[in-house]
Write a protein that binds this ligand. Structure first.
Ligand code: NAD
Length: 263
């Protein structure tokens, strides 16, 4: 990772105690950003993330919050500003899966996923955007007042039987991202999404850890390998830099071709 690409920036990554969020937090830290490592329950994982950033000479703090709670989301943004004096980048990454056949799905199984994967992203985005719009950046300047990145999924466009709660949340994120990009552009706030394909993390460990599961996953990936958190992290770092200043309202599918139709 190129050092100093994000020097002077402060990044908050939600759900950064494991998987993709951990990879993004570490990559942003290594790129020079000061990082707020959010966790919900896995404090040890968050401390590991912090240590990996600090060991490479970076700065990070950990902050507990349940992103689906309005007070927690606000506190998270306040923590970043109080501790580091500013916030430049929000990576809305926290997410869960609660798989269930539609005919058997309880309201609780529906609601929990919507609360975390959709409402949680709304709450953090709103609190961060209220901070970003305080900055004045002229339209002709080739930099932004703030950056919001949603970690969505290829399942924001590919249906997935047995996961209607997850796909509804991810599909909803797509339109939230585009509407926010439109609404916040006048404040020079950029809003984009990264939609990962199959990435090796805890969320899908049961699948990629077995021979049969791996085979099934690979059959859906034209590029022939299962992704790793670093594949997403590199793109997130770049998207947060001014190199990507003219990109807003876009979704980058980082999926080894999973969204291509099979030949
Ligand atoms: P993961 O389970 O390792 O990470 C999810 C993180 O979110 C965990 O650290 C968890 O503690 C945190 N979290 C859950 N609920 C939370 C809450 N209420 N408040 C704060 N944090 C909370 O899995 P992952 O694969 O790294 O998932 C990260 C994101 O990537 C998710 O949004 C997921 O939907 C998305 N994604 C993953 C894949 C994949 O193949 N792994 C593919 C597409 C999209």
């Amino acid at each position: 990772m190129e050092e100093n690409k994000l020097k002077g920036k402060v990044a908050l990554v939600t759900g950064a105690s494991s998987g993709i969020g951990q990879g993004i937090a570490i990559a942003m830290g290594h790129a020079g950003a000061k990082v707020v490592v959010n966790f919900h329950s896995d404090e040890d994982g968050a401390r590991d993330t912090q240590k990996l950033i600090e060991d490479a000479g970076g700065e990070a703090i950990t902050a507990r919050a349940d992103v689906s709670k309005a007070e927690d989301a606000q506190k998270l943004i306040d923590t970043a500003v109080e501790h580091f004096g500013r916030l430049d980048i929000l990576v809305n990454n926290a997410g869960i899966q609660k798989d269930q056949e539609f005919l058997k799905m309880t309201l609780e199984e529906w609601q929990k996923v919507i609360d975390t994967n959709l409402t949680g992203h709304f709450l953090c985005a709103q609190a961060a955007a209220r901070e970003f719009v305080k900055r004045e950046v002229k339209p002709e300047e080739k930099t932004s007042a703030g950056n919001i990145i949603f970690i969505s999924s290829v399942h924001d466009i590919i249906p997935w039987a047995g996961r209607v709660n997850y796909t509804a949340a991810k599909g909803g994120l797509q339109m939230m991202m585009k509407s926010l990009a439109q609404e916040l552009a006048k404040y020079k706030v950029r809003v984009n999404a990264i939609s990962p394909g199959a990435i090796k993390t805890d969320i899908n460990r049961k699948e990629w850890e077995t021979e049969e599961g791996r085979k099934k996953m690979l059959s859906q990936i034209p590029y022939g390998r299962i992704g790793e958190p670093e594949d997403i992290a590199k793109v997130a770092v770049w998207l947060a830099t001014d190199e990507a200043d003219y990109i807003t309202g876009s979704t980058l599918y980082v999926d080894g071709g999973m969204t291509l139709y099979p030949s």
